[in-house]
Design a protein around this ligand. Structure first.
Ligand code: OOG
Ligand code: NI
Length: 475
């Protein structure tokens, strides 16, 4: 794919490479790098691929649904990653960098209530066609220094991060050039993605000594992960599976140690939102610098592999019901699920979610989820002596003049993110509670622009498909 867009810049007409191409190149070289660094991720990719193929060959219905919504072709390249940043300037520049690849900040996620001292957004494409062409996303968190209660440690962290530069000079030059010209030309793209990749690479040498690392670790494992290294190494990459239960139960046979429970909603006929599971983080050797200049060896756990199954996006009403049922289950089990109570948790979750309708038509009529609307063949038989409006949509659907397909949830779930984090690193950090309110205004100030609202994005896209149907019907 090397589609180009022609953009008029002053009098000159320049050939710019499409952001979709840059994004898919970047996603590819990132995945290749991660496969090399974390070979189990490669194993997981193979497993997911095998199971997806099987699902598609066995279920004509699934295949047709994905094909109608444009997701079938993207399935094998679909993945997300995650990084954790330390200071506001890093978030600001990261936003500019992702823009070169056509990725914009969508949603605000506060992980503090779940015991992780960060807030976050996800960078992704926001146009449906662009998403289907290159569905790469990056969950990007920023450490909340205001949540470190030890004053001395907080000021240490600030001075450690102060001089850190996570971008190469060349990357910054390309970003400037992109902003000035309005695009990147073909001969710059490969150098740009290679330079950008450097910021996501793993470093075996910590930037702090062993004592400082321990102090950071004692505060929170995530703080050590963000502060003690040269850059925001990508901490996981996540392919999309069509059957997460199958992958979960097949992981062990391939020597991939799975986490105990799948995060998110229970298994359903009509999947909602997002279900995720992962393999545990690797223990990696790290060398620490001592004040004498000698090196000390130690270990760090951060990087893992994750998989996810995506379902239909929910309206605010649907989200609220989801949150209520999930919290209820967690309350009943006494907090986050553990290895010991995972069977009980799963049963309880299934039981509690029985009140969440498990048919697309029912979810549509209760306005719990978002859908793509299509006209059906029967539409020719519709009487043409009146103008149809949005108020007729439900009736037209029930009578079979329209059909719907679920709109896939493209985003993330903060409780799941915290759950993955905790079980991966095998810590009790998630049991910590951070007081203090979420701070979207501060996040957006650091980011340099507001994030796109989560619900509105789906609302607008659904509206677009409804309007298109009406146009076709009234034509
Ligand atoms: C948060 C990652 C969140 C997900 O899939 O929910 C995420 C973290 O950096 O641990 O990737
Ligand atoms: Ni993830």
């Amino acid at each position: 794919m090397s589609s180009k867009s022609i953009v008029e810049a002053g009098n000159a007409i320049k050939d710019f490479v499409s952001p979709e191409y840059i994004r898919s190149r970047f996603s590819k070289i990132m995945s290749d790098m991660y496969k090399e660094e974390v070979p189990l991720y490669g194993e997981l990719l193979d497993l997911v691929h095998d199971i997806n193929e099987k699902v598609l060959s066995e279920s004509k219905e699934d295949k047709e649904q994905l094909s109608r919504t444009g997701e079938l072709s993207r399935l094998n390249v679909e993945r997300h990653g995650a990084i954790r940043l330390g200071k506001p300037e890093e978030l600001f520049t990261m936003r500019r960098l992702f823009k070169v690849m056509g990725m914009y900040p969508v949603g605000y996620y506060d992980l503090a209530p779940a015991g992780v001292p960060v807030h976050a957004t996800a960078f992704r494409a926001i146009d449906n066609t662009a998403l289907n062409q290159a569905p790469f996303r990056v969950f990007t968190s920023l450490l909340r220094l205001d949540l470190i209660d030890d004053n001395q440690l907080r000021s240490n962290v600030e001075s450690i991060l102060e001089d850190r530069q996570i971008f190469t000079d060349k990357t910054i030059e390309f970003i400037d050039k992109y902003e000035k010209d309005g695009g990147l030309i073909e001969e710059d793209v490969e150098t740009f993605v290679r330079e950008a990749l450097e910021s996501f690479r793993w470093h075996e040498t910590a930037t702090v000594d062993y004592n400082m690392y321990q102090m950071l670790l004692d505060q929170h494992r995530l703080i050590a992960d963000v502060v003690a290294f040269k850059g925001p190494h990508i901490n996981h990459l996540t392919p999309r599976t069509l059957d997460i239960d199958k992958v979960q139960s097949s992981m062990e046979a391939r020597n991939i140690p799975p986490k105990d429970t799948i995060e998110g909603p229970p298994a359903r006929k009509c999947p909602i939102l997002l279900r995720q599971t992962s393999f545990k983080a690797l223990t990696e050797k790290v060398s620490f610098k001592n004040s004498t200049g000698s090196e000390e060896l130690g270990e760090h756990k951060a990087r893992f592999g994750e998989i996810e199954q995506r379902g239909v996006a929910l309206t605010q009403k649907g989200q609220d019901l989801y949150n209520e049922l999930l919290s209820k289950t967690r309350r009943e089990i006494g907090g986050s699920p553990t290895a010991e109570n995972s069977t009980e948790y799963n049963e309880l979750l299934k039981e509690n979610f029985k009140v969440f309708p498990d048919s697309y038509m029912e979810m549509q009529s209760q306005e719990l989820a978002y859908f793509h609307y299509f006209i059906s063949e029967k539409v020719n038989k519709l009487s043409q002596n009146r103008l149809y409006t949005k108020a007729d949509i439900n009736q037209l659907l029930v009578e079979g003049y329209l059909s719907i397909e679920p709109m896939v949830y493209e985003d993330f779930l903060p409780v799941s993110a915290a759950g993955i984090f905790a079980s991966n690193l095998g810590t009790d950090d998630a049991k910590r509670k951070y007081e203090g309110t979420s701070n979207q205004a501060l996040f957006e100030k650091d980011l340099g622009e507001p994030v796109y609202g989560l619900v509105k994005w789906y609302e607008d896209m659904q509206e677009e498909t409804i309007q298109k149907c009406l146009e076709q019907i009234n034509a």
